[in-house]
Design a protein around this ligand. Structure first.
Ligand SMILES: CC(C)(COP(=O)(O)OP(=O)(O)OC[C@H]1O[C@@H](n2cnc3c(N)ncnc32)[C@H](O)[C@@H]1OP(=O)(O)O)[C@@H](O)C(=O)NCCC(=O)NCCS
Length: 154
């Protein structure tokens, strides 16, 4: 399958319905549209949307900044474009923005059983540094806490 040509741009409020649709397909305990709107107003959030050649929204990545650390709070791609490099481009974009902005460590939580996401994060230098027991609902499952140092691939 060929890699889809996408652009990654800042999220706008108009993107939220399509993002909420992807979110509902991606997660068993999805964020409501309201959460995306609230984060658009959050002073320390960075929200990026991936758009295909026809303008369709195919993914998003939300990063929250706290001084010189950041958290990947959410990342998802549309089921129809999975395994074609869109998630990696979104994550690379967030890492590059964080690094350019002085972030020295990035964190995230991931379901222990989420092999797709864990493989993506591992390929970008994230390593497990902790576990939050019964962190997720539907179904209840532990979260692994992953960390990526800015020096991961230097
Ligand atoms: C995780 C997710 C964002 C990955 O998006 P994607 O667009 O499919 O990812 P990419 O095509 O860029 O994959 C990049 C790398 O991740 C890994 N990967 C992605 N999907 C994988 C899968 N199903 N199985 C194993 N590895 C996988 C591979 O290393 C892949 O590189 P490769 O294709 O060269 O082998 C996507 O599967 C998704 O939206 N899942 C549901 C939401 C979710 O779980 N978000 C993360 C919450 S912590």
């Amino acid at each position: 399958m060929s890699t889809p040509v996408i652009a990654i741009r800042p999220t706008s409020a108009d993107d939220v319905p399509a993002m909420a649709t992807i979110e509902a397909l991606a997660f068993s305990d999805p964020w409501p549209a309201r959460s995306f709107h609230e984060l658009l107003l959050h002073p320390f959030s960075r929200m990026a949307t991936a758009v295909d050649e026809s303008g369709g929204i195919v993914g998003y990545c939300i990063m929250l900044r706290a001084v010189d650390e950041a958290e990947i709070a959410n990342i998802a791609t549309a089921p129809g474009v999975r395994r074609q490099g869109v998630g990696a481009q979104l994550l690379d974009d967030a890492i590059a923005a964080g690094t350019a902005d002085g972030v020295v460590a990035m964190f995230l939580e991931v379901r222990e059983s989420n092999t797709a996401a864990r493989a993506l994060y591992s390929s970008r230098g994230f390593v497990a540094v902790g576990r939050r027991r019964a962190y997720y609902r539907h179904p209840i499952e532990d979260a692994l806490v992953l960390r990526r140092d800015a020096t991961a691939f230097e």
